[in-house]
Design a protein around this ligand. Sequence first.
Ligand code: GTP
Ligand code: MG
Length: 399
Amino acid sequence: MVVLERVQIGIVGKPNAGKSTFFAAATMKDVKIGPIPFTTVEPNVGIGYVRRECPCRQLRCNPKSYVVLNGVCFIPVELIDVAGLVPGAWQGRGLGNQFLDHIRRAPALLHIVDASGSTDEEGRIVKPGSHDPLRDVEFLERELDMWLTSIIRRDWDKAIRFSEYGKRSLAEVLMEKLGGLGYGRQQVEAALEALGLAKKPPSRWADDDFLSLARELRRGRPVVIVANKVDLPEGEEGYKALKRALPDRIVVPASAEAELALRRAAARGLIRYLPGDADFEVLGNLTQQQLSALERIREVMRKFGGTGVIAAVNAAVFDALKYVVVYPVENEHALSDKNGNVLPDALLVPSDATARDVAYMIHSEIGERFVAAVDATTGKRLSAESKVRDGLIMKIIAR
Ligand SMILES: Nc1nc2c(ncn2[C@@H]2O[C@H](COP(=O)(O)OP(=O)(O)OP(=O)(O)O)[C@@H](O)[C@H]2O)c(=O)[nH]1
Ligand SMILES: [Mg+2]
Protein backbone atom coordinates (compact mmCIF):
# COMPACT_ATOMS: atom_id res chain seq x y z
CA MET A 1 0.00 0.00 0.00
CA VAL A 2 1.19 3.46 -0.80
CA VAL A 3 1.40 5.76 2.18
CA LEU A 4 0.94 9.21 0.79
CA GLU A 5 0.73 12.69 1.97
CA ARG A 6 -2.94 13.39 1.54
CA VAL A 7 -4.21 16.51 -0.19
CA GLN A 8 -5.22 18.97 2.50
CA ILE A 9 -8.31 21.13 2.26
CA GLY A 10 -8.82 23.93 4.78
CA ILE A 11 -12.32 24.80 6.00
CA VAL A 12 -12.60 28.51 6.76
CA GLY A 13 -15.21 31.18 7.36
CA LYS A 14 -16.78 33.36 10.00
CA PRO A 15 -18.07 31.86 13.26
CA ASN A 16 -21.42 30.00 13.22
CA ALA A 17 -21.44 29.49 9.44
CA GLY A 18 -21.47 25.69 9.81
CA LYS A 19 -17.77 24.83 9.34
CA SER A 20 -17.74 22.16 12.03
CA THR A 21 -21.09 20.77 10.88
CA PHE A 22 -19.62 20.46 7.39
CA PHE A 23 -16.47 18.85 8.82
CA ALA A 24 -18.47 16.41 10.98
CA ALA A 25 -20.66 15.45 8.03
CA ALA A 26 -17.68 14.96 5.73
CA THR A 27 -15.52 13.02 8.20
CA MET A 28 -18.10 11.47 10.55
CA LYS A 29 -15.95 12.71 13.42
CA ASP A 30 -17.75 13.85 16.52
CA VAL A 31 -16.82 17.47 16.98
CA LYS A 32 -18.32 20.38 18.85
CA ILE A 33 -21.10 22.13 16.95
CA GLY A 34 -23.07 24.99 18.45
CA PRO A 35 -25.20 28.04 17.73
CA ILE A 36 -22.70 30.41 19.35
CA PRO A 37 -19.61 31.97 17.80
CA PHE A 38 -16.20 30.41 18.51
CA THR A 39 -17.51 26.96 19.30
CA THR A 40 -14.31 25.71 17.70
CA VAL A 41 -11.03 26.91 19.20
CA GLU A 42 -8.51 24.15 18.44
CA PRO A 43 -8.51 22.87 14.85
CA ASN A 44 -10.24 19.59 13.94
CA VAL A 45 -8.39 17.35 11.52
CA GLY A 46 -10.03 14.38 9.82
CA ILE A 47 -10.41 12.36 6.67
CA GLY A 48 -13.03 13.31 4.11
CA TYR A 49 -13.44 11.98 0.59
CA VAL A 50 -13.81 12.94 -3.02
CA ARG A 51 -16.21 10.77 -4.95
CA ARG A 52 -15.53 9.38 -8.43
CA GLU A 53 -16.88 6.79 -10.76
CA CYS A 54 -13.92 4.50 -11.09
CA PRO A 55 -12.51 1.73 -13.26
CA CYS A 56 -13.60 -0.68 -10.50
CA ARG A 57 -17.00 -0.76 -12.17
CA GLN A 58 -15.60 -3.17 -14.71
CA LEU A 59 -12.93 -4.72 -12.51
CA ARG A 60 -12.99 -6.55 -9.24
CA CYS A 61 -10.67 -4.28 -7.33
CA ASN A 62 -9.09 -4.54 -3.88
CA PRO A 63 -8.55 -0.97 -2.78
CA LYS A 64 -6.08 -0.48 0.05
CA SER A 65 -5.73 3.27 0.35
CA TYR A 66 -9.23 4.29 -0.76
CA VAL A 67 -12.77 2.96 -0.47
CA VAL A 68 -15.14 1.50 -3.06
CA LEU A 69 -18.88 1.26 -2.37
CA ASN A 70 -21.31 0.11 -5.08
CA GLY A 71 -18.80 0.79 -7.82
CA VAL A 72 -18.13 4.32 -6.61
CA CYS A 73 -14.63 5.32 -5.44
CA PHE A 74 -14.10 7.46 -2.38
CA ILE A 75 -10.56 8.80 -2.30
CA PRO A 76 -9.37 10.28 1.00
CA VAL A 77 -8.33 13.88 1.54
CA GLU A 78 -7.44 15.61 4.79
CA LEU A 79 -9.91 18.21 6.01
CA ILE A 80 -8.96 20.84 8.56
CA ASP A 81 -11.69 22.78 10.35
CA VAL A 82 -10.43 25.88 12.10
CA ALA A 83 -11.84 28.56 14.39
CA GLY A 84 -14.06 31.30 12.98
CA LEU A 85 -12.54 34.42 11.45
CA VAL A 86 -14.05 37.84 12.10
CA PRO A 87 -13.35 41.17 10.39
CA GLY A 88 -10.19 42.63 11.87
CA ALA A 89 -8.90 39.22 12.99
CA TRP A 90 -5.50 40.31 11.65
CA GLN A 91 -5.50 43.05 14.29
CA GLY A 92 -6.26 40.44 16.94
CA ARG A 93 -10.06 40.61 16.97
CA GLY A 94 -11.91 37.42 17.85
CA LEU A 95 -9.37 34.62 18.02
CA GLY A 96 -7.04 36.51 15.67
CA ASN A 97 -5.76 34.92 12.47
CA GLN A 98 -2.67 33.04 13.69
CA PHE A 99 -4.67 29.82 13.76
CA LEU A 100 -4.75 29.97 9.96
CA ASP A 101 -1.19 28.63 10.19
CA HIS A 102 -2.85 25.23 10.61
CA ILE A 103 -3.98 25.40 6.99
CA ARG A 104 -0.64 26.59 5.61
CA ARG A 105 -0.14 23.44 3.58
CA ALA A 106 -3.67 23.27 2.17
CA PRO A 107 -3.52 24.04 -1.58
CA ALA A 108 -7.25 24.84 -1.63
CA LEU A 109 -9.80 26.16 0.83
CA LEU A 110 -13.51 25.72 1.33
CA HIS A 111 -15.11 28.94 2.47
CA ILE A 112 -18.27 28.02 4.38
CA VAL A 113 -20.69 30.91 4.01
CA ASP A 114 -23.99 31.17 5.87
CA ALA A 115 -26.02 31.82 2.73
CA SER A 116 -29.20 32.21 4.78
CA GLY A 117 -27.90 35.48 6.21
CA SER A 118 -29.03 34.46 9.69
CA THR A 119 -25.72 35.35 11.32
CA ASP A 120 -23.96 38.71 11.24
CA GLU A 121 -20.31 39.26 10.31
CA GLU A 122 -19.19 38.10 13.75
CA GLY A 123 -21.44 35.03 13.71
CA ARG A 124 -24.10 36.40 16.06
CA ILE A 125 -27.62 35.21 15.30
CA VAL A 126 -29.76 37.76 13.45
CA LYS A 127 -33.02 37.61 11.52
CA PRO A 128 -32.66 35.24 8.53
CA GLY A 129 -31.96 37.15 5.34
CA SER A 130 -30.79 40.27 7.14
CA HIS A 131 -27.06 39.77 6.58
CA ASP A 132 -25.68 39.87 3.03
CA PRO A 133 -23.48 36.77 2.50
CA LEU A 134 -21.59 38.56 -0.26
CA ARG A 135 -19.92 40.68 2.40
CA ASP A 136 -18.57 37.51 4.02
CA VAL A 137 -16.82 36.58 0.77
CA GLU A 138 -15.16 40.00 0.57
CA PHE A 139 -14.05 40.09 4.18
CA LEU A 140 -12.55 36.60 4.06
CA GLU A 141 -10.31 37.56 1.16
CA ARG A 142 -9.07 40.57 3.05
CA GLU A 143 -8.35 38.51 6.16
CA LEU A 144 -6.48 35.91 4.09
CA ASP A 145 -4.44 38.72 2.54
CA MET A 146 -3.60 40.15 5.94
CA TRP A 147 -2.61 36.71 7.22
CA LEU A 148 -0.26 36.17 4.27
CA THR A 149 1.09 39.68 4.74
CA SER A 150 1.91 38.90 8.36
CA ILE A 151 3.78 35.74 7.33
CA ILE A 152 5.80 37.66 4.75
CA ARG A 153 6.59 40.45 7.22
CA ARG A 154 7.68 38.21 10.07
CA ASP A 155 11.40 38.85 10.69
CA TRP A 156 11.59 41.11 7.66
CA ASP A 157 14.78 42.71 8.99
CA LYS A 158 16.51 39.38 8.76
CA ALA A 159 15.23 38.93 5.21
CA ILE A 160 16.62 42.34 4.33
CA ARG A 161 20.06 41.46 5.63
CA PHE A 162 20.11 38.16 3.73
CA SER A 163 19.09 39.55 0.41
CA GLU A 164 20.70 43.00 0.47
CA TYR A 165 24.09 41.63 1.31
CA GLY A 166 23.74 39.34 -1.67
CA LYS A 167 23.73 36.08 0.21
CA ARG A 168 20.43 34.99 -1.27
CA SER A 169 17.97 36.30 -3.79
CA LEU A 170 14.80 37.90 -2.53
CA ALA A 171 12.74 35.11 -4.10
CA GLU A 172 14.76 32.55 -2.14
CA VAL A 173 14.23 34.38 1.13
CA LEU A 174 10.51 34.65 0.43
CA MET A 175 10.29 30.99 -0.53
CA GLU A 176 11.72 30.10 2.85
CA LYS A 177 9.24 32.32 4.67
CA LEU A 178 6.36 30.88 2.70
CA GLY A 179 7.80 27.38 3.10
CA GLY A 180 5.08 24.81 3.43
CA LEU A 181 2.55 27.11 1.82
CA GLY A 182 3.01 25.23 -1.39
CA TYR A 183 4.22 28.14 -3.50
CA GLY A 184 6.81 27.22 -6.08
CA ARG A 185 9.81 29.35 -6.93
CA GLN A 186 8.31 30.26 -10.30
CA GLN A 187 5.15 31.52 -8.66
CA VAL A 188 7.03 33.72 -6.22
CA GLU A 189 9.33 35.09 -8.90
CA ALA A 190 6.41 35.73 -11.26
CA ALA A 191 4.53 37.57 -8.52
CA LEU A 192 7.55 39.78 -7.70
CA GLU A 193 8.06 40.50 -11.36
CA ALA A 194 4.39 41.28 -12.04
CA LEU A 195 4.31 43.74 -9.14
CA GLY A 196 7.61 45.38 -10.03
CA LEU A 197 9.07 44.26 -6.71
CA ALA A 198 11.82 42.06 -8.08
CA LYS A 199 14.32 44.91 -8.15
CA LYS A 200 13.00 47.03 -5.30
CA PRO A 201 15.30 46.79 -2.27
CA PRO A 202 13.42 45.02 0.55
CA SER A 203 14.31 47.82 2.97
CA ARG A 204 12.26 50.20 0.82
CA TRP A 205 9.12 48.08 0.68
CA ALA A 206 6.01 49.95 1.79
CA ASP A 207 2.89 48.51 3.44
CA ASP A 208 1.19 48.35 0.06
CA ASP A 209 3.98 46.26 -1.40
CA PHE A 210 3.53 43.56 1.20
CA LEU A 211 -0.19 43.61 0.71
CA SER A 212 -0.04 43.39 -3.08
CA LEU A 213 2.36 40.48 -2.90
CA ALA A 214 0.05 38.72 -0.43
CA ARG A 215 -2.92 39.36 -2.70
CA GLU A 216 -1.09 38.05 -5.74
CA LEU A 217 -0.08 34.90 -3.88
CA ARG A 218 -3.53 34.43 -2.38
CA ARG A 219 -4.99 34.26 -5.86
CA GLY A 220 -2.85 31.19 -6.48
CA ARG A 221 -4.68 29.29 -3.73
CA PRO A 222 -8.21 28.59 -4.90
CA VAL A 223 -11.16 29.13 -2.58
CA VAL A 224 -14.44 27.32 -3.26
CA ILE A 225 -17.46 29.12 -1.85
CA VAL A 226 -19.85 26.79 -0.06
CA ALA A 227 -23.26 28.45 0.21
CA ASN A 228 -24.37 26.62 3.35
CA LYS A 229 -27.80 26.40 5.01
CA VAL A 230 -29.72 26.17 1.71
CA ASP A 231 -32.28 24.10 3.63
CA LEU A 232 -33.60 27.45 4.87
CA PRO A 233 -35.66 29.49 2.35
CA GLU A 234 -33.34 32.46 2.88
CA GLY A 235 -30.41 30.14 2.24
CA GLU A 236 -31.71 29.28 -1.19
CA GLU A 237 -32.16 32.97 -1.96
CA GLY A 238 -28.69 33.75 -0.63
CA TYR A 239 -27.14 31.02 -2.76
CA LYS A 240 -28.78 32.39 -5.92
CA ALA A 241 -27.64 35.91 -5.08
CA LEU A 242 -24.05 34.74 -4.54
CA LYS A 243 -24.06 32.86 -7.80
CA ARG A 244 -25.34 35.93 -9.65
CA ALA A 245 -22.86 38.26 -8.01
CA LEU A 246 -19.85 35.96 -8.48
CA PRO A 247 -20.13 34.46 -11.98
CA ASP A 248 -16.42 33.66 -12.10
CA ARG A 249 -16.27 31.81 -8.81
CA ILE A 250 -17.12 28.25 -7.88
CA VAL A 251 -20.19 28.45 -5.62
CA VAL A 252 -21.60 25.16 -4.31
CA PRO A 253 -25.02 25.09 -2.60
CA ALA A 254 -24.96 22.94 0.54
CA SER A 255 -26.77 21.85 3.62
CA ALA A 256 -24.13 20.49 5.97
CA GLU A 257 -26.82 19.79 8.52
CA ALA A 258 -28.75 17.59 6.05
CA GLU A 259 -25.63 15.61 5.14
CA LEU A 260 -24.82 15.08 8.81
CA ALA A 261 -28.36 13.82 9.51
CA LEU A 262 -28.23 11.46 6.50
CA ARG A 263 -24.86 10.00 7.40
CA ARG A 264 -25.95 9.42 10.97
CA ALA A 265 -29.19 7.80 9.83
CA ALA A 266 -27.28 5.60 7.36
CA ALA A 267 -24.80 4.57 10.07
CA ARG A 268 -27.75 3.43 12.21
CA GLY A 269 -29.20 1.42 9.32
CA LEU A 270 -32.27 3.65 9.05
CA ILE A 271 -31.65 4.65 5.45
CA ARG A 272 -29.54 3.58 2.48
CA TYR A 273 -27.43 6.53 1.43
CA LEU A 274 -24.01 6.85 -0.14
CA PRO A 275 -22.31 10.18 0.55
CA GLY A 276 -22.87 12.37 -2.48
CA ASP A 277 -25.97 10.52 -3.69
CA ALA A 278 -28.82 12.64 -5.02
CA ASP A 279 -31.38 10.74 -2.96
CA PHE A 280 -31.74 8.06 -0.24
CA GLU A 281 -34.00 5.16 0.59
CA VAL A 282 -35.74 4.61 3.90
CA LEU A 283 -35.03 1.15 5.37
CA GLY A 284 -36.05 0.83 8.98
CA ASN A 285 -39.22 1.50 10.87
CA LEU A 286 -39.07 5.18 11.57
CA THR A 287 -41.19 7.44 13.70
CA GLN A 288 -43.44 9.95 12.00
CA GLN A 289 -41.15 12.69 13.23
CA GLN A 290 -38.05 11.06 11.73
CA LEU A 291 -39.86 10.47 8.46
CA SER A 292 -40.98 14.06 8.09
CA ALA A 293 -37.48 15.33 8.91
CA LEU A 294 -36.11 13.05 6.18
CA GLU A 295 -38.75 14.21 3.72
CA ARG A 296 -37.70 17.81 4.30
CA ILE A 297 -34.14 16.81 3.52
CA ARG A 298 -35.30 15.02 0.38
CA GLU A 299 -36.95 18.24 -0.81
CA VAL A 300 -33.65 20.12 -0.42
CA MET A 301 -31.73 17.37 -2.23
CA ARG A 302 -34.19 17.45 -5.09
CA LYS A 303 -33.62 21.16 -5.61
CA PHE A 304 -29.85 21.00 -5.50
CA GLY A 305 -29.06 17.46 -6.64
CA GLY A 306 -27.82 16.37 -3.21
CA THR A 307 -26.62 17.92 0.04
CA GLY A 308 -23.56 19.54 -1.52
CA VAL A 309 -20.97 18.31 0.99
CA ILE A 310 -19.21 15.78 -1.25
CA ALA A 311 -19.90 18.11 -4.19
CA ALA A 312 -17.94 20.87 -2.43
CA VAL A 313 -14.92 18.67 -1.68
CA ASN A 314 -15.03 17.38 -5.26
CA ALA A 315 -15.19 20.96 -6.56
CA ALA A 316 -12.10 21.90 -4.53
CA VAL A 317 -10.05 18.96 -5.77
CA PHE A 318 -11.27 18.50 -9.35
CA ASP A 319 -12.58 21.92 -10.44
CA ALA A 320 -10.47 24.37 -8.45
CA LEU A 321 -7.18 22.45 -8.17
CA LYS A 322 -7.84 20.48 -11.38
CA TYR A 323 -6.37 17.30 -9.93
CA VAL A 324 -6.70 13.97 -11.71
CA VAL A 325 -6.78 10.39 -10.42
CA VAL A 326 -3.90 8.03 -11.18
CA TYR A 327 -3.80 4.34 -10.23
CA PRO A 328 -0.25 3.02 -9.75
CA VAL A 329 0.17 -0.73 -10.12
CA GLU A 330 3.12 -3.12 -10.06
CA ASN A 331 1.74 -5.63 -12.56
CA GLU A 332 0.46 -3.86 -15.66
CA HIS A 333 -1.33 -6.98 -16.95
CA ALA A 334 -3.18 -7.98 -13.80
CA LEU A 335 -3.47 -4.26 -12.85
CA SER A 336 -2.41 -5.23 -9.36
CA ASP A 337 0.27 -4.88 -6.72
CA LYS A 338 2.68 -7.77 -6.15
CA ASN A 339 0.16 -9.51 -3.89
CA GLY A 340 -2.51 -9.55 -6.58
CA ASN A 341 -4.59 -6.67 -5.19
CA VAL A 342 -6.24 -5.04 -8.19
CA LEU A 343 -5.99 -1.22 -8.29
CA PRO A 344 -4.76 -1.02 -4.70
CA ASP A 345 -4.19 2.74 -4.75
CA ALA A 346 -5.77 5.85 -6.21
CA LEU A 347 -3.68 9.01 -6.16
CA LEU A 348 -4.89 12.58 -6.48
CA VAL A 349 -2.28 14.45 -8.50
CA PRO A 350 -2.08 17.84 -10.21
CA SER A 351 -3.05 17.53 -13.86
CA ASP A 352 0.31 18.90 -14.96
CA ALA A 353 2.23 16.24 -13.01
CA THR A 354 4.64 14.03 -14.93
CA ALA A 355 5.16 10.28 -14.63
CA ARG A 356 8.27 10.97 -12.57
CA ASP A 357 6.39 13.37 -10.28
CA VAL A 358 3.98 10.55 -9.48
CA ALA A 359 6.90 8.26 -8.73
CA TYR A 360 8.23 10.87 -6.29
CA MET A 361 4.82 11.14 -4.67
CA ILE A 362 4.85 7.41 -3.99
CA HIS A 363 8.36 7.43 -2.57
CA SER A 364 11.36 9.68 -3.07
CA GLU A 365 13.49 6.60 -3.74
CA ILE A 366 11.16 5.44 -6.52
CA GLY A 367 11.37 8.92 -7.96
CA GLU A 368 15.16 8.89 -7.89
CA ARG A 369 15.36 5.42 -9.44
CA PHE A 370 12.67 6.13 -12.05
CA VAL A 371 13.46 4.72 -15.51
CA ALA A 372 10.11 4.82 -17.32
CA ALA A 373 6.45 4.04 -16.82
CA VAL A 374 3.87 2.03 -18.73
CA ASP A 375 0.31 3.09 -19.44
CA ALA A 376 -1.41 -0.20 -18.56
CA THR A 377 -4.44 0.49 -20.74
CA THR A 378 -2.59 1.24 -23.97
CA GLY A 379 0.67 -0.56 -23.23
CA LYS A 380 2.55 2.62 -24.23
CA ARG A 381 5.80 3.54 -22.55
CA LEU A 382 5.82 6.85 -20.70
CA SER A 383 9.00 8.86 -20.26
CA ALA A 384 9.87 10.72 -17.07
CA GLU A 385 8.47 13.95 -18.50
CA SER A 386 5.21 12.48 -19.87
CA LYS A 387 2.19 14.21 -18.40
CA VAL A 388 -0.29 11.98 -16.59
CA ARG A 389 -3.95 11.84 -17.61
CA ASP A 390 -7.11 11.32 -15.61
CA GLY A 391 -7.80 7.65 -14.92
CA LEU A 392 -4.28 6.58 -15.89
CA ILE A 393 -3.35 3.09 -14.65
CA MET A 394 0.40 3.22 -14.50
CA LYS A 395 3.26 0.86 -13.81
CA ILE A 396 6.52 2.48 -12.79
CA ILE A 397 9.75 0.91 -13.85
CA ALA A 398 12.54 1.78 -11.44
CA ARG A 399 16.18 0.75 -11.29
N1 GTP B 1 -30.21 25.31 8.93
C1 GTP B 1 -28.93 24.93 8.95
N2 GTP B 1 -28.18 25.15 10.04
C2 GTP B 1 -26.88 24.74 10.01
C3 GTP B 1 -26.31 24.12 8.88
N3 GTP B 1 -25.00 23.86 9.14
C4 GTP B 1 -24.79 24.29 10.39
N4 GTP B 1 -25.90 24.81 10.95
C5 GTP B 1 -26.06 25.36 12.31
O1 GTP B 1 -25.21 26.49 12.45
C6 GTP B 1 -24.72 26.57 13.79
C7 GTP B 1 -23.21 26.69 13.79
O2 GTP B 1 -22.67 25.48 13.35
P1 GTP B 1 -21.10 25.12 13.55
O3 GTP B 1 -20.84 23.97 12.65
O4 GTP B 1 -20.78 24.96 14.99
O5 GTP B 1 -20.45 26.45 12.98
P2 GTP B 1 -18.90 26.87 12.88
O6 GTP B 1 -18.74 27.61 11.61
O7 GTP B 1 -18.03 25.69 13.09
O8 GTP B 1 -18.77 27.89 14.10
P3 GTP B 1 -17.46 28.29 14.99
O9 GTP B 1 -16.79 27.04 15.43
O10 GTP B 1 -18.05 29.03 16.10
O11 GTP B 1 -16.60 29.14 14.12
C8 GTP B 1 -25.23 25.32 14.51
O12 GTP B 1 -26.38 25.67 15.24
C9 GTP B 1 -25.56 24.39 13.36
O13 GTP B 1 -26.59 23.46 13.72
C10 GTP B 1 -27.15 23.91 7.73
O14 GTP B 1 -26.74 23.37 6.70
N5 GTP B 1 -28.44 24.34 7.83
MG1 MG C 1 -16.65 25.26 14.50
